[in-house]
Design a binder for this molecule. Structure first.
Ligand code: HEC
Ligand code: HEC
Ligand code: HEC
Ligand code: HEC
Ligand code: HEC
Ligand code: HEC
Ligand code: HEC
Ligand code: HEC
Ligand code: HEC
Ligand code: HEC
Ligand code: HEC
Length: 393
């Protein structure tokens, strides 16, 4: 009796050990015996076929169907199959999504980016919807949709990005290290740029761009703007004020050189208006001449320092070098020329002020003289006509 029991137990154990590795395969084949038919549809006509080959070669190929479809045990099925909960195995990603701007997505919160749940491949596979070069298109299915953008009060950023230097590098050059959407926003815990925790929150932007543009961020941090931002000055510029976030163009392009002078000028209004009166700007306006001196040709773009700092390119002692980059013969007397001469300011530029005043007075008196002259002439001509009995003299 005892012996029979032990043999029975041994058989049972070996049977279990024999069948255990096949269990998941067994469970899949059970389900796939019906769902492996790609033409299978439910009563409403929705396709319920699963591509067995693609499923087996996916990251989840070794799972049982029921690891995800937890309340479907066999056939017939329960009235409602439970919604698959990815968080049981991917808690970090799921909690990230739960805290993100995408938490409210009405469809399955994971599939909007990861696609068909039965065909998910590793992110390093070029077929993956989240392979770096495919990410812009994946996000763009929603963020390139004008109606969705309008509904949520967002910019429609996909087109801007695709035409930018980063978008071009990703889509045309296949440059894996160029910035795609997730380089700046993260993947799962994406937050609104109004949230201080967000990588795109104003004060965090230099750090975000600086994760790749290390050298430029160092220069920027050493300059007056970077220091002001770090000290909490909300009026000082971060990278995107000068470059934009999605429509970044090559800074040497004519487009950028023409548009960024007003960008500096949107904050430095007085310096912009004085610059505009000078030869450099007038030249720039005439036919879009791009070689002329723009703000950063004299001030630098990132390590901008006040004139009082001896390292600054606009410190008196450095002007010959600064101007000399373009004016080969520049010397101490040449750099007396004032790039921001303000003829309206008597204290700063007395000579210019009085010249301007004189010219304006001259103009006004000449105009007044001719106005009086014309009026008198009209009266005289009228008088003469009356005297002639209505006939012209
Ligand atoms: C005998 C064929 C058959 C087998 C075996 C079978 N299914 Fe189904 N399954 C169906 C049919 C038919 C439907 C369509 C809806 C219904 O009848 O419940 C369906 C629907 C489903 C749905 C979709 C429910 C919905 O409303 O969207 C899921 C999920 C599902 N099956 C999972 C499984 C899993 C997991 C297994 C294996 C444990 C399995 N099925 C085994 C035939 C089968
Ligand atoms: C990694 C988890 C996971 C695994 C493993 C998995 N599924 Fe699914 N399946 C899903 C998700 C997610 C959906 C979308 C519906 C939902 O959210 O519940 C889905 C939907 C379905 C549907 C409904 C039709 C459809 O395509 O929307 C069927 C049928 C189905 N699965 C069958 C299977 C079968 C059969 C297997 C095993 C060969 C399987 N699933 C394995 C996650 C999984
Ligand atoms: C807004 C788009 C988006 C949504 C929604 C999304 N993901 Fe992802 N996921 C990505 C991107 C992009 C990557 C690849 C880059 C990375 O590793 O961060 C990724 C990678 C992953 C990885 C691989 C992580 C690693 O380190 O290898 C897992 C696992 C994952 N996601 C699970 C999920 C789950 C579970 C959900 C739903 C709770 C989800 N994702 C929702 C965009 C998304
Ligand atoms: C039963 C546990 C389980 C469930 C449920 C599950 N996964 Fe996975 N998932 C895994 C395992 C195991 C891997 C492979 C991990 C590895 O290779 O490092 C994986 C890998 C992944 C990867 C690829 C990571 C990479 O290398 O890029 C993604 C994306 C992913 N899962 C998304 C999902 C989504 C979306 C769901 C819900 C529809 C889901 N998973 C549900 C267990 C699960
Ligand atoms: C180089 C960094 C960078 C890249 C790449 C990037 N973004 Fe942004 N994004 C930002 C910053 C910074 C903001 C904050 C607001 C601003 O400056 O416009 C932002 C804002 C947004 C907004 C909110 C716009 C609004 O009107 O409030 C959305 C949506 C967005 N990005 C989606 C995307 C998508 C989708 C992609 C890829 C196609 C992408 N971003 C690529 C940096 C980036
Ligand atoms: C299924 C559609 C969908 C996909 C795919 C999607 N998003 Fe979104 N996203 C939205 C919606 C809708 C909102 C607005 C959420 C709200 O306001 O409640 C949003 C909001 C955002 C915001 C916040 C804008 C702000 O500052 O307020 C950013 C950033 C963003 N998405 C980036 C991404 C990135 C990056 C990807 C790809 C990895 C992506 N999204 C994929 C639909 C989507
Ligand atoms: C993931 C890394 C990465 C991040 C993050 C990133 N960039 Fe870039 N960026 C690159 C690469 C790589 C190039 C070079 C592309 C090329 O040459 O085709 C580039 C090019 C540029 C250029 C053009 C440079 C030139 O010489 O023409 C500018 C300007 C720029 N990025 C600004 C930014 C700003 C501003 C941010 C933040 C809002 C940012 N980048 C975030 C990787 C990044
Ligand atoms: C005050 C405006 C301003 C700010 C802030 C700014 N940039 Fe620039 N950036 C410029 C200008 C102007 C140029 C063109 C310089 C030139 O042509 O000599 C430039 C050039 C660049 C280039 C091209 C390489 C080069 O040196 O010519 C990159 C990359 C770049 N910036 C990235 C950044 C990053 C990253 C940040 C934030 C850490 C940033 N910029 C902040 C105005 C700015
Ligand atoms: C978003 C607004 C903004 C933009 C755009 C901007 N600046 Fe500034 N700039 C500031 C602020 C604010 C300060 C003062 C910082 C401080 O004193 O802490 C400053 C300081 C300076 C100084 C030092 C002035 C002084 O009085 O000490 C110079 C020079 C300068 N900026 C040049 C530029 C140039 C050149 C550009 C374009 C490439 C530019 N700025 C773009 C806001 C801006
Ligand atoms: C041809 C070279 C040149 C150009 C172009 C130029 N600047 Fe200047 N900038 C100077 C010099 C030199 C000074 C110091 C003497 C002065 O204040 O006139 C100066 C002074 C300044 C100051 C005050 C700095 C301080 O420490 O007091 C600001 C701010 C400034 N410029 C902004 C701009 C802006 C914005 C532009 C473009 C609209 C611009 N500059 C174009 C050469 C230039
Ligand atoms: C990025 C190049 C560049 C820089 C830097 C630059 N200039 Fe110019 N400047 C030009 C160009 C181009 C012209 C028009 C062509 C010409 O006449 O040489 C011009 C014209 C002038 C003129 C009128 C024409 C002339 O040659 O007499 C003066 C004066 C002048 N610059 C002064 C300065 C001073 C002072 C500085 C330094 C504070 C300076 N420039 C920095 C490019 C530059």
């Amino acid at each position: 009796m005892k012996k029979q029991f032990s043999i029975g137990l041994a058989v049972l154990v070996s049977a279990v050990l024999f069948f255990l590795p096949c269990r998941s395969l067994q469970a899949q084949t059970d389900c796939l015996s019906c769902h492996g038919d790609p033409t299978l549809q439910d009563a409403s006509g929705k396709s319920i076929g699963v591509n067995a080959d693609k499923f087996h070669s996916s990251v989840h190929g070794s799972l049982k169907c029921t690891d995800c479809h937890t309340n479907v045990k066999g056939y017939p099925h329960p009235d409602n199959a439970a919604v698959v909960d990815c968080s049981t195995c991917h808690a970090d990603e799921a909690s990230g999504i739960g805290a993100s701007v995408h938490a409210k997505a009405s469809e399955h919160p994971c599939l909007s980016c990861h696609g068909d749940p039965h065909q998910i491949v590793p992110k390093t596979d070029p077929q993956s919807s989240v392979y770096p070069l495919n990410i812009p298109k994946t996000c763009g299915t929603c963020h390139g949709n004008a109606a969705l953008a309008k509904k949520h009060g967002l910019q429609n950023v996909y087109g801007l990005y695709m035409d930018s230097i980063h978008g071009f590098a990703v889509s045309k050059e296949g440059l894996l290290v160029a910035a795609n959407c997730t380089s700046c926003h993260g993947s799962h815990k994406i937050l609104s740029h109004k949230d201080p925790q967000s990588s795109t929150y104003r004060a965090n932007i230099p750090g975000t761009c600086g994760s790749c543009h290390v050298g430029i961020n160092e220069q920027y941090q050493a300059g007056i703007h970077g220091k002001a931002v770090a000290a909490g000055n909300p009026n000082a510029p971060v990278c995107t004020d000068c470059h934009t976030a999605h429509g970044i163009v090559e800074p040497t392009s004519a487009d950028f050189r023409m548009q960024s002078t007003p960008v500096c000028g949107s904050c430095h209004r007085d310096k912009f208006s004085t610059y505009r009166d000078t030869f450099h700007s007038q030249l720039g306006l005439l036919g879009g001449y791009v070689q002329t001196a723009r703000c950063w040709d004299c001030h630098q773009a990132h390590e901008i320092l006040p004139a009082s700092d001896p390292r600054s390119p606009i410190a008196q002692a450095n002007l010959v070098t600064t101007c000399g980059r373009c004016h080969a013969g520049a010397n101490a007397s040449f750099v007396q020329y004032q790039p921001h001469a303000n003829a309206r300011n008597r204290k700063l530029n007395p000579a210019l002020y009085y010249i301007r005043l004189f010219m304006n007075l001259l103009l006004a008196s000449v105009l007044t003289f001719f106005l009086i002259h014309t009026v008198l002439w009209l009266i005289r001509s009228h008088w003469a006509r009356l005297k002639n009995g209505g006939k012209h003299a």
